[in-house]
Design a protein around this ligand. Sequence first.
Ligand code: HEM
Length: 410
Amino acid sequence: MTTLAAGLDVNVVSPQNLLDPNPLYRYLRESEPVHWSEPMQSWFITRHEDVAACFRDPRLSAARTQLFYAHQLRGVGLEKVKDQIYNAERQMLMKDGPEHARLRRNANPGFTLQAIDGWRPEVRKAADALLERVQARGRMELVADYSELLPSQVIMEFFAIPARDQRDFLEWCSDNSRLFAASTGADMQELAVRSNTAIVKLMQYLGKAVQERRANPGRDMLSTMVHAQEEGKLDEGELIANAILILTAGHITTVDQLSNGVHMLLTHPEQLRKLRENPGLMKSTVEEVLRFCPAVPFIHRIAAEDFELRGRKIQKGQLVFLGMAAANRDPAVFPDPERFDITRQNNKHLSFAFGPHMCLGAPLARVELEIGFTALLERMPGLRLDEEQPPRIKCNSLVFRGFDSLPVRW
Ligand code: HEM
């Protein structure tokens, strides 16, 4: 049992803990593995064993739309995000049991390892084209010039959405996710209105794209989903809601994870040297980056009934945050967990969650990270942080963690 270190505050959303959460995670794992947070009015679970078990526990439901929005909006009326709610209630992410399985099955064929392997050439082409544009400059702002663009271009290809629509798509995704990444003190009224407008635009856009695919099917993800819908498995609202989920869930997460990984490598030169000398370590590097600095540190569930966990009484209707970032550094599972080690084997990180909702897009995310890092290191041999412009970390939310800005040179 550790005591609270001097100056350490148990408030999970204090500015200090959001900036550098690992000392608090360590304390919680060791001393309060099931922690009630007054400021968040929610439970926080931090041990690997518990987090993994909670992901598979039917007493913790993913059907959290209303509570989640109410929690997120902090007093702003739910009617401000009525289209967001309509959409979220039809997404697999917010469903349990057979309903969840039915919606997930519809998208599964597009995400097999074999299907995703087929996209490797397109991912490499997109990465090369982005780096080509900046190569001669000798510097770039990694987030704006690379991390933000690569996943959006890949997902657009994946859905066969024309490049001319990329700007609108990026804006809608960003407006949509800003609501979920809002810091305390943000103008929630404005964020709610913007995010709802964005979801309406995405719904209209996808509605039209569905009609086009029905008339003219291709090998893209949306055509795969339309095909399954025609077999009577999904109604139109569900089809569009889940297409939006895949388009958006695969965006902000991968953007942040790419930036987090590049930052880790550039701040651990001995690991970077090892990787450059042995590119065969790329797969274990990707897993270690996911473990050490996950883009999604926490995800939530809602208690479907009263139950007890490690002697604490969780009540029906309460929100429970499952701490993947904290579990990823649990010494009960990871030897020397605070060490960033790209040769780590048997890496059982929980960064893509676990159980029925385990990230559907994980195979695609892994390919994007692997190729994203490889292309960057191959084309920019002298890659380093820009010593004149410090990075700006984005850590105002528990659910998304990345960089607002990451200037690099070569
Ligand atoms: C490094 C990048 C990524 C990370 C860290 C990540 C993380 C996660 C996590 C933690 C969940 C579980 C959510 C929950 O249990 O409530 C999840 C679910 C999901 N992810 Fe990802 N994700 C990434 C990339 C992607 C990509 C590229 C796609 C698709 C193109 C995607 C699509 C999805 C979908 C559809 C779900 C819902 C699965 C379900 O509810 O059954 N993700 N992701």
